[in-house]
Write a protein that binds this ligand. Structure first.
Ligand code: GDP
Ligand code: MG
Length: 163
C-alpha cells in the first residue's frame, strides 16, 4: 500500500490549494472563507517516480461550533495517526501564528517526519518572510506559492525524500 502524506494547518493558509497543486487538478474546494473544504480529500499523487496518497485535512472544520483552535488540533491528531509524512502549511503573508506553534509542537512530539511549508510566498525568492518560521523547530521552512506553483517542486522533492 502507498505511503500517506497529510497536509495540516490552520484554515485559509492554502492547504487545499497546495493539495490541488500536488495532484494537478482542482478537486478540493478553495475559497476565501476559512473552513470550506467539504470533505477530507484524498487522492493518489506522484512526484519524481514516487507514488503516494495525499490527504487534505481541512474538512472536519466546517459545520462545527467548536473553537477553531480545538478543531485544527483534532485534525492534526488524526493526521499524525494516519499519515507517514506530515506537511505543516503556514501563511508567510500573515507570519507566524500562535496556532502554528501549537500544531508544530504536536507534530514534533509525534516523531513522524514533518515538512514545513510557508505558503503565499508569491514574491519568491526575494521575500525573506519565511525565515521567522525556523522558530517552529521543524527544520527548514520551505517557501512556496501554491497559487502559482513556485517552490512546489522543491517542497515535493523534500516530501518524497521522507517517504
Ligand atoms: P485552506 O483553508 O488552508 O484549505 O486554504 P485554501 O486553499 O482554501 O486557500 C485560502 C485562500 O488563500 C484562498 O483565497 C486561496 O486562493 C488563497 N491562497 C492559496 N494559496 C495562495 C498563494 O500561494 N498565494 C496567495 N496570495 N494566496 C493563496
Ligand atoms: Mg481547505
Amino acid at each position: 500500500t502507498l505511503p500517506v502524506v497529510a497536509v495540516v494547518g490552520r484554515p485559509n493558509v492554502g492547504k487545499s490549494t497546495l493539495f490541488n497543486r500536488v495532484i494537478g487538478r482542482r478537486l478540493a474546494i478553495v475559497d476565501d472563507q476559512p473552513g470550506v473544504t467539504r470533505d477530507r480529500n484524498f487522492s493518489p499523487a506522484d512526484w519524481a517516480g514516487r507514488h503516494f496518497y495525499i490527504v487534505d485535512t481541512g474538512g472536519v472544520i466546517e459545520d462545527s461550533d467548536r473553537p477553531m483552535d480545538r478543531l485544527v488540533r483534532e485534525q492534526a491528531e488524526v493526521a499524525i495517526r494516519e499519515a507517514d509524512v506530515l506537511v505543516l502549511v503556514t501563511d508567510g503573508k500573515e507570519g507566524l501564528h500562535p496556532l502554528d506553534q501549537k500544531v508544530a509542537e504536536m507534530l514534533r512530539s509525534s516523531g513522524k517526519p514533518v515538512v514545513l511549508a510557508v505558503n503565499k510566498m508569491d514574491n519568491l525568492p526575494r521575500d525573506p518572510a519565511h525565515h521567522e518560521f525556523w522558530e517552529l523547530g521543524l527544520g527548514e521552512p520551505h517557501a512556496v506559492s501554491a497559487g502559482s506553483g513556485k517552490g512546489s517542486g522543491d517542497l515535493l522533492d523534500r516530501i518524497v525524500e521522507l517517504l
